[in-house]
Design a protein around this ligand. Structure first.
Ligand code: BEZ
Ligand code: FE
Length: 308
């Protein structure tokens, strides 16, 4: 049971008689009263956000008419979500993801022109510092899993290759875990790399074919998914953030064609344009050139950025 403590309640004007007091706040007037309370907010965008959120939240409460026990349960859920967060676990990002809010915000902010790579969610496993690696390096430091080469270009929408663009990559292992989920099993930085395109805008690296995986379900978000009969799985994918001077960066994935859950992603992030073949290659000379064992798999991806 939550402790219902009244905090920050403003005092009435001292010495006011009941006749002089303003009318009671009722269920019909409370929304306008709260919105009016934000009138003095100096930042107009903050005022707008607080007002819109208040109106929509109150509308939901009016429609649902929660019991006090239900409202306590909602607050307990949000409290547990906050308490689950630490330096490597971001349960609020996960909540935003499974509610489709991350995908919606990403889509609203990237109404890209035709030809530019579509954006999709960042997810909770991006680290601000991926290890810098040379073109052709492997991001897989474990050495099991199916060898794979990823090649591509970073280009501007007009087709110009972008030299010196950064390509930040991160992915789960062939068992479906990120390094931060398996400390002591995976070395920090496994499955991650920060590359810089060459003078033809090219990048290439070695890795293993990632697997589909469940998002973490040992917290309140997992309880929400289980309680609603929803699955936790994401289709196999590799994450990218591509950035180049004079261009808008893109945060995206490539999805492995044929992966399970392409049609049932727990976080609503799949776009057809981002699905790529990870084609089997049996070519000893190519394997030697890339430094992988033959046969191997190969995915090619162009990351196309909008100028501006
Ligand atoms: C991910 O792809 O890393 C991810 C995205 C959303 C929720 C959990 C994981
Ligand atoms: Fe992922």
């Amino acid at each position: 049971m939550l402790c219902r403590q009244r905090i920050g309640v403003r005092e009435g004007t001292p010495g006011m008689t009941t006749d002089e007091m303003p009318a009671d706040i009722t269920e019909d007037t409370v929304t306008d009263a709260v919105v009016a309370s934000f009138a003095g907010t100096a930042d107009p965008r903050l005022r707008e956000c607080l007002s819109v959120l208040t109106r929509h939240l109150h509308a939901a409460v009016r429609e649902l008419e929660p019991t006090l026990a239900e409202w306590d349960a909602a607050l307990a859920f949000l409290t547990a979500t906050g308490q689950k967060c630490d330096a490597t676990r971001q349960e609020f990002v996960l909540l935003s993801d499974v509610l489709g809010v991350s995908a919606l915000v990403e889509n609203l902010n990237h109404r890209t022109s035709a030809g530019a790579t579509e954006a999709t969610v960042l997810g909770p496993f991006h680290l601000t510092e991926s290890p810098r690696r040379e073109l052709g390096d492997t991001i897989d430091e474990l050495g099991h899993g199916e060898s794979c080469v990823v090649t591509g270009h970073v280009r501007s929408v007009d087709g110009t290759p972008l030299t010196g663009a950064t390509v930040d990559v991160w992915q789960a292992t062939e068992d479906g875990f990120y390094d931060v989920q398996q400390p002591g099993v995976q070395p920090p930085g496994n499955g991650r790399g920060l590359f810089t395109t060459d003078d033809e805008g090219r990048f290439w690296f070695r890795t293993v074919v990632p697997a589909h995986y469940p998002i973490p379900v040992d917290g309140p978000v997992g309880t929400l998914l289980a309680g609603t009969g929803r699955g936790p799985y994401r289709p196999a994918h590799v994450h990218f953030i591509a950035a180049a001077e004079g261009h808008t960066p893109v945060t995206t994935h490539i999805f492995v064609a044929g992966s399970p859950y392409l049609d049932a992603d727990a976080v609503f992030a799949v776009k057809r344009s981002l699905v790529r073949e990870f084609a089997p290659v049996d070519d000893a000379a190519a394997a030697e050139r890339y430094g992988v064992v033959n046969p191997f798999r190969h995915a090619d991806v162009d990351l196309v950025l909008e100028a501006g």
